[in-house]
Design a binder for this molecule. Sequence first.
Ligand SMILES: *Cc1c(COP(=O)(O)O)cnc(C)c1O
Length: 392
Amino acid sequence: MHKEIVLNQRYVLPTYRREPVVFSRGRGSYIYDVSGKEYVDFFPGWGVGILGYGHPRMVKAIKEQTEKLVNLPNNFYHPYQGLLAEQIIRHSFKGKVFFANSGAEAVEGCIKLMRAYGAKAGRYKIITFHNSFHGRTIGALTATAQAKYQKPFRPLLAGFTYIPINDVARLKKAVDKKTVGILLEPIQGEGGINIFSGEFLRQVKAFCRQHDLLLGFDEVQTGMGRTGEYFCFQHYGVQPDIMMLAKGLGAGVPISALVVRQGLTNILGPGMHASTFGGGPLVCRAGIEVFNIFKDEKVLHNVRRAGKIIERHLRIMQAKYPVIKEVRGKGCMWGVDLRTKGAVYFKEALKAGLVINCTHETVLRIMPALNVTSDVLEKGFAILESVFKKLR
Ligand SMILES: *Cc1c(COP(=O)(O)O)cnc(C)c1O
């Protein structure tokens, strides 16, 4: 066995199921293991690698910033935090940003903001949706309405109610005098690419207005161009009060953001919330470069173009292989729902030189870099097709 695998198994807590592959470098949409084998990556960094590996401009910005200043505590200012916040606000909605380091941490910020908003009136309950995924810290885990993740950690945080997606009647029934907010992923990622309907989200928004509820969109996975708009809410024309970003925001460096609309920006005041690493110069500089690259290289345009290619391939495969029950997605975020368990497809693809993901047992997840080329897509789908042929 490879030395790195031996060391890992000896010294790292076994919290992850891992494949016996050691990757050492990447370039664009390709990643290479230590033996030099090349893989097409249709799932770079679980949605983090939105510009692929080693984008020259990202490398340059990060290198330059590393030499100047990597970390700075938030009792001072540096040149990049305000600039990145401005970019996020300009592309989403009027408001302000809090920077943190992970998706779960952004979700924690959302839960705290909702609770602080409701505190005077004694409101603290939050509604989330079956098969949602919001992260692994206790608050985010409680928001994650999946028993399999919660079970050993009970009792969880008080005040969460779980309902099915796209069901207005259930939503109205779930709200009571103590409810303060609703939290959802406009397209559920880890839960199997489940898409909220525009009709439902518009009704949720109206309902929130009527009852003074805060609407939080967890766009940790759908944000930063993944679905063909900067943020997924823009497809629906339904603006949330609070938005969470993480995965793609730094295109590889750990940074997350809580985006809060105008009118709610004083709920979390000095001393109420903080994060030591949050919004440091290195990660903010990286985030700014992501926005610059989006503009200069017309990345959103590519997402829409790539999305059409992906959908065409998947629909053709669906017609050919009855094991495919349903194909769902938008832009560069797709799920292939199988009538059987997907793990073997994922493993066979990996052997054949293609990285995909299997989530929720039966759903193959395909989320390539947002600047993926047609050539790479053709190559990856040829491998995927060969896997389906083999397993038929
Ligand atoms: C990945 C993910 C999270 C958790 O992010 P971490 O950085 O792992 O804490 C939260 N919400 C959504 C929608 C995600 O996809």
